[in-house]
Design a protein around this ligand. Structure first.
Ligand code: SAM
Length: 316
């Protein structure tokens, strides 16, 4: 997508131009608008206006790597070349990957209790796995709830759009600081302590690592190519980056991938109630399928509730 002449004229008068902010590269409002459109199209991510500086600093590395002078050149090249590797680097640069072991801790006892009552072997999908802390926390919870041998039969699929975080996740190595809040029992049972050049690091034990399969998956893809159903899906702290139509599409794709009685775990600030009729809140940001709860769905009631709220508008 080339900038129009009118856009270029506006850019020249743009007060946020690079030189005025002491930046290395020219970065205009039109560039930022274009970045927003491209990342929305490729990853569903809606970048808010205050992410402008973040977009500059993260993508400036790509300009340096490619020996380019301006963001316009970079974005022209990204679109013209259509090189999957550059698109991957662009996407990796703009994702936010904050995560932690046993983050939103109240979910894990719910998961433990749930899997202990399910037909075995259970399967769990962690759909925005980032650097691995979340899927490993899920695997550890399965071991605690089911015992080592039943947990070994379980599957934890961990996916993310960002290939860089997936590589870190697969390595399973973390700073000790990232696990120091865990109980001594969990530390001993699930981690190996680094020595020598790895002092100050920990490694997830092989039996935990072996339970998790990592794969790249873009939640905005039409077909996830998953031919299995899950007892539980974790989709935490990623929907906040998507607009409501994208959230609705993702939830619509989750529905057939859930086994009957399955649970969907959401992030603390994510509310799917007005986005979908396929899931309903069970409590504590855990959702269940409405088709299980009601036999058949009650669309009239759900639609009426949705239309009475200002954030509704999108349903699946
Ligand atoms: C803030 S992290 C959340 C990690 C973890 N679920 C948690 O709650 O701690 C958001 C993750 O979503 C991933 N992500 C963003 N857009 C995505 C997409 N379209 N498909 C799959 N993953 C995506 C990012 O790469 C990032 O690792």
């Amino acid at each position: 997508m080339m900038a129009t002449r009118a856009q270029q004229r506006t850019d020249r008068a743009d007060p946020i131009r690079s030189g005025e902010q002491g930046r290395d590269f020219e970065f205009t409002s039109a560039d930022f608008t274009r970045i927003r459109e491209l990342i929305h199209r490729s990853a569903g991510i809606s970048l808010s206006d205050h992410k402008r500086d973040m977009a500059y600093s993260r993508l400036a590395r790509r300009l340096r790597a490619r020996g380019l002078d301006s963001f316009r050149q970079y974005l022209d090249l990204l679109e013209a070349e259509n090189d999957p590797a550059e698109w991957e680097a662009f996407t990796n640069a703009l994702t936010t990957n904050l995560t932690a072991f046993f983050r939103e801790a109240h979910h894990f006892p719910i998961l433990a209790d749930f899997v202990a009552r399910r037909a075995q072997p259970v399967s769990v999908w962690c759909s925005a796995a980032s650097t691995g802390e979340e899927p490993y926390s899920i695997a550890m919870t399965l071991i605690e709830a089911l015992g080592e041998s039943a947990a070994r039969q379980a599957t934890v699929l961990a996916t993310d759009i960002d290939t860089q975080v997936l590589a870190k996740a697969e390595a399973g190595m973390y700073q000790f600081d990232q696990v120091k809040h865990l109980s001594q029992e969990r530390l001993k049972r699930f981690f190996l302590k680094g020595t020598g050049p790895h002092a100050g690091m920990v490694k997830v034990r092989p039996q935990v690592r072996a339970m998790v399969r990592f794969e790249q998956l873009n939640l905005t893809d039409r077909d996830y190519q998953l031919r299995t159903q899950f007892d539980a899906i974790f989709c935490r702290n990623v929907m906040i980056y998507f607009d409501k139509p994208t959230q609705a599409q993702v939830l619509g794709r989750f529905e057939p991938l859930m086994k009957s009685g399955g649970l969907l775990f959401a992030g603390h600030s994510e509310n799917f109630t007005y986005v979908t009729q396929a899931f309903r809140l069970r409590g504590q940001t855990v959702y269940e399928l409405t088709r299980d709860a009601a036999g058949a769905r009650a669309p009239a009631r759900a639609a009426a509730t949705a239309s009475s709220t200002p954030t509704s508008g999108v349903t699946v």
